[in-house]
Design a protein around this ligand. Structure first.
Ligand SMILES: [Zn+2]
Length: 141
């Protein structure tokens, strides 16, 4: 077997690109599967602070809770922590001439955004996430 898996090996949901293409909106597909970044201040959740949870637009897994969301002013939804450490995967990203940490959904390996270490919370983290990668589910938390 010469089938070497890199990066996607731990994802439990694996679909072909054409399956993802059919299931997702063009914007969701561009972000989750092609690692695109939506334009700043354009996303549906940038300035939404409704209580509830944010699930992966690709597979429905809970990724973030509204309690952890804050207004970073950067133009994308920002969170101080994921709902659980198991929900997300992180990978070093050296594209665009920068060294950043990419944030992925651990379940479907969809690209979510990046995490930076300039956050205001106790752990100092700022998860900068594309709205298109998220779906808000209203709740009372
Ligand atoms: Zn997912």
């Amino acid at each position: 077997m010469s089938d070497v898996k890199t990066g996607t090996g731990s994802a439990t949901i694996q679909k072909s690109e054409s399956e993802w293409h059919d299931e997702l909106t063009p914007m969701q597909y561009a972000v989750l599967r092609q690692k695109a970044t939506e334009r700043p201040f354009s996303g549906e959740y940038d300035h939404s602070f409704e209580p509830g949870i944010y699930v992966c637009a690709g597979c429905g897994q809970t990724l973030f809770e509204s309690d952890a969301k804050f207004d970073s002013g950067c133009g994308w939804p920002a969170f101080s922590a994921p709902a659980s450490n198991e929900a997300i995967a992180e990978e070093r990203d050296i594209s665009h001439g920068m060294v950043r940490t990419e944030v992925l959904c651990a379940r479907c390996n969809g690209h979510l955004g990046h995490v930076f270490d300039d956050g205001p919370g106790p752990n100092g983290l700022r998860y900068c996430i594309n709205s298109a990668a998220l779906k808000h589910r209203p709740g009372s938390n």
